[in-house]
Design a binder for this molecule. Sequence first.
Ligand SMILES: [Zn+2]
Length: 99
Amino acid sequence: MPWQARSRRRAELPPNWAAIRTMVLDRDRHTCRIARADRCTHLATQVDHVGDRHDHTTANLRAACAPCHAWRTALQGNAARPRRTRPIEQHPGLITKPL
Ligand SMILES: [Zn+2]
C-alpha cells in the first residue's frame, strides 16, 4: 500500500507546499542534508522537517534524498510509538519458597 493511502501527511502540509519544497531544494542545491554517516551521494528530491513537523518555515526544512528521508522518518516513527508497559513478572522458574 502506498504511503499516500495510509498517511494524512499531505493534508497537513500548507497549500503552497510545492513552492516551499522547490525553494528548499534549490537553496540546498539538491544535496542531501541528512546524509547519514556522511556517505550519501544521492540527489535530494524530498524535503525533511528538521524539528517540529508542523513548522513549514524554510529555517526548519532541509533537502533530503529518498533513502535518507525514509530512514529518518522510520526512526521518528519508532520514537513516537508508545512503549509497551507490562507489569514486571517474576520468572516462573524462580524458586522463592524454601523447600
Ligand atoms: Zn541522503
